[in-house]
Design a protein around this ligand. Structure first.
Ligand code: MRU
Length: 347
């Protein structure tokens, strides 16, 4: 189940809008195809968007004909700008593109063929490091789960949302691999049903028990003492530990705290944005009204109705019991502890 494949010098992206019914890959010979795939959520999930954009820049480099280094770099900056503008909330997108450009700008090579090679190596590195991070996150995170754990998750933070293994689902996978008795409750995640279509699909394929609920059932489920903890992914975490994730996450966090159920966030350091002081500064993507008014092409609401469709929300840090990263589990006070871990990363 690879969301992103680089094969025969070509980028292929699994079209997640067609899952679980159809498994179809989009071949990207143009960086604009990659941009479109990110925009329309064929490839989605913060780390997967980052890795896809890194490869998208490699595809863009293949299209650039300039032979001199200066023009080549200018054209790639412009392509990175286009790719970076596709989705605003997941910081991994900008992080991956900046890392690619930094590698390029600091490479001494003049030959554009050499520079193209370097770019592909860097994209592979971003991809491989993400899988490795997820495995580490899984190993740290599974320790937080009891021997028998009924885990609620929201949206899809699995293999499909990353280069592989997943963040929140990586924690669940690792606990399952450890022999813990884990079962998952998956919020369907309106409006685009990433929980129903993708999370439950991943879990069913893996043989991890999963129960699908509609989003409005989570509170009742918790009140019945049927959830031991919540684990979700993140699109951006600010310096104070506020967490942007799929719309509906905030509601789940409030419910979990009301019911004294631990609420955990699993995310790689590439999702932490130390340049923003708090969640209020995170740009929140608003998407097409049709995602709310229509389902499977059929209208579910009257013509002319007004719609608000933010794709993400922000969970304030006091509602988050721990942030699971590839460098370990971070506890409050986040302001201090995130700064420490990010500083260590820079060294
Ligand atoms: O709109 P999406 O499907 O890209 O939103 C995805 C999420 O909100 C995920 O929870 C988040 O990106 C973490 S993925 C490991």
């Amino acid at each position: 189940m690879n969301a992103i494949i680089w094969q025969n010098n070509q980028l292929k992206l699994l079209d997640q809008t067609k899952l679980p019914g159809t498994m179809e890959y989009i071949t990207c010979n143009d960086y604009r195809t990659v941009g479109e795939a990110i925009k329309c959520l064929s490839v989605r999930g913060a780390p997967a968007i980052g890795a896809a954009a890194a490869y998208g820049l490699v595809v863009g480099a293949q299209q650039v004909e300039a032979n001199d280094r200066k023009t080549f770099l200018e054209k790639l900056e412009a392509i990175a700008g286009e790719l970076g503008a596709t989705r605003p909330t997941a910081v991994n997108l900008r992080w991956a593109l900046d890392r690619m450009l930094m590698r390029l700008n600091t490479a001494p090579e003049q030959d554009t063929l050499e520079l193209k090679k370097i770019m592909l190596e860097e994209a592979h590195a971003i991809y491989n490091e993400d899988v490795e991070s997820n495995r580490r996150m899984g190993a740290y995170g599974q320790e937080l789960l009891p021997e028998e754990a009924r885990v609620l998750t929201h949206c899809n933070a699995g293999a499909l949302a990353t280069a592989g293994y997943g963040t929140a689902l990586g924690v669940i996978r690792a606990a399952h691999e450890k022999g813990k008795k884990v079962s998952v409750y998956a919020d369907e995640t309106r409006p685009l049903l990433q929980g129903a279509r993708l999370t439950s699909w991943e879990m069913v394929q893996e043989g991890i028990p999963v129960t699908l609920i509609t989003d409005n059932m989570a509170g009742y489920l918790m009140s019945k003492k049927m959830i031991d903890c919540v684990v979700v992914g993140a699109d951006r975490i600010t310096a104070n530990g506020d967490v942007a994730n799929k719309i509906g996450t905030y509601g789940v966090a409030v419910l979990a705290n009301h019911h004294k159920i631990p609420f955990y966030v699993a995310a790689p350091l590439s999702t932490i944005d130390m340049s923003l002081a708090s969640g209020e500064e995170i740009p929140i993507e608003e998407r097409d009204a049709k995602e709310v008014t229509h389902h499977g092409g059929q209208p579910m609401a009257p013509d002319g109705v007004q719609v608000w469709n933010p794709a993400f929300d922000v969970t304030p840090n006091p509602l988050v019991q721990a942030i699971i990263t590839e460098k370990g589990v971070i506890l409050p006070p986040y302001q201090e502890n995130l700064a420490k871990i990010c500083k260590r990363q820079e060294v």
